[in-house]
Design a protein around this ligand. Structure first.
Ligand SMILES: Cc1cc2nc3c(=O)[nH]c(=O)nc-3n(C[C@H](O)[C@H](O)[C@H](O)COP(=O)(O)OP(=O)(O)OC[C@H]3O[C@@H](n4cnc5c(N)ncnc54)[C@H](O)[C@@H]3O)c2cc1C
Length: 377
């Protein structure tokens, strides 16, 4: 079955690898002209790592990233509010969360895919005539296939064609991300730490022996821009009262390695497929990043969709099974992540929030994560 995949991100490439392993012929079309520019880092959680293991990728991802021992929420003085050991998940599922530079993850996926990715191919529109599906690109070219997978991210052109009323929500928060050239020592060398200050949040994790991935979150008007020449100084002043190693991480970050995006998600949509076309990953269900699960859910999609397409000869039934199985879990992630974002930036009651979190039994937090990371297919 000739399958067109629009988008060469985490969802598109993982799906392509998984479908090829099911003997399904895939062709990936990516808007960017180069695949090497994905900045910042990403945490690939235990659920994603289990899928990567099944696809034969986990060892390479672990080797090129940093498997972590602990996830911690702390206050701006780095005093722990809540900490979860990853050893429990290693025992239960074989993997902890792995922190990795996005471009290294993408290189690993491209290498394992093995076929060329068609770059500089921006989808303009799709046409499903009942017998086949055609993808038209902005360069005037087009291709035909039996089915088309829309893996083109939160601003999906495929979704826009299928479900033009879908809505992107702005969380009211913006996020800077960067890579610092610095080595961290214990207790940070194998931990993801997210710190909650009075107005700002800051997260960090090591991605190699000499690099730290970090993100900084603040409330801001939608679309606000920085003066690039002062971006580092601006962040250093925002985080001046945060404890070390945060100031040192910011000073060790070259300005050109800082990027900024507003935090948005996709208001959950009822359907993920229509005719010969199916959406996956952020195109179907973009979430805010507060649970570090957008990529993880995209990887789970890739695994399950490829399984049902491999087993079910009728693509319509496969798409239905895919949505039926995946939608409940994903919608829960989208909702919970949205709420965490609100709680993390409460204007009032921060002391009470931290007290309640500190006193939440560890077993409750761990049970939630065990459920989230479980893949029963
Ligand atoms: C600040 C931040 C931090 C995050 N941290 C984490 C984390 O730690 N862990 C985690 O699991 N998730 C995280 N996420 C979420 C994660 O980045 C996404 O969920 C994930 O990248 C989704 O993958 P995707 O392939 O569906 O979409 P994308 O990664 O957006 O990939 C879509 C691809 O499609 C291409 N494309 C777009 N339009 C077209 C078109 N018209 N034609 C052809 N190609 C097109 C794009 O160039 C891109 O390569 C974070 C997100 C943000 C914003």
């Amino acid at each position: 079955m000739k399958t067109i995949i629009i988008g060469g991100g985490i969802a598109g490439l993982t799906t392509a690898i998984a479908l090829e392993q099911q003997g399904i012929d895939t062709h990936v079309y990516e808007a960017q002209s180069s695949l090497g520019v994905a900045g910042a880092g990403i945490w690939m959680a235990t659920n994603a790592m289990q899928v990567f293991e099944r696809l034969g990728l986990a060892d390479d991802i672990k080797q090129r990233g940093m498997p972590l021992d602990k996830i911690e929420i702390a206050d701006y003085r780095l005093k722990t509010i809540q900490a979860t050991s990853q050893l429990l998940f290693v025992e239960a599922y074989g993997f902890s969360v792995t922190s990795i530079l996005r471009s290294r993850l993408r290189d690993t996926l491209v290498e394992h895919y093995g076929k060329p990715v068609h770059t500089a191919k921006r989808l303009d529109r799709v046409l499903d005539n009942g017998q086949s599906v055609k993808a038209f690109f902005t360069d005037g070219s087009h291709v035909s296939g039996e089915i088309l997978i829309g893996a083109d991210g939160i601003h999906s052109a495929v979704r826009q064609e299928l479900f033009p009323k879908s809505q992107i929500r702005y969380s009211g928060q913006t996020c800077w991300r960067g890579i610092a050239d610095i080595a961290l020592e214990a207790p940070y060398e194998r931990a993801c730490v997210e710190t909650w200050g009075k107005k700002y949040r800051f997260g960090l994790s090591v991605i190699s022996d000499k690099e730290v991935y970090w993100f900084a979150v603040a409330k801001a008007p939608r679309g606000e821009k920085d003066d690039r020449s002062f971006i580092k100084e601006k962040l250093q002043s925002m985080y001046a009262e945060f404890s070390e190693p945060i100031p040192s991480i910011l000073s060790a970050t070259p300005s050109h390695r800082i990027i900024r995006n507003d935090i948005t998600d996709l208001l959950p949509i009822r359907d993920w497929h229509k005719g010969r076309i199916c959406l996956i990953g952020d195109a179907a269900h973009a979430t805010t990043p507060n649970m570090g699960q957008g990529g993880g859910q995209a990887v789970e999609d890739a695994w399950f969709l490829s399984r049902v397409l491999g087993e079910e000869k009728d693509y319509r039934l496969a798409f239905q099974q895919f949505q039926k199985k995946r939608q409940k879990k994903v919608t829960q992630v989208v909702k919970t992540s949205w709420q965490i974002g609100k709680v993390a930036h409460l204007s009032f009651g921060q002391g009470l929030r931290n007290f309640l979190l500190r006193n939440t039994p560890k077993s409750i937090a761990e049970k939630r994560m065990l459920d989230l990371y479980s893949i029963d297919y």
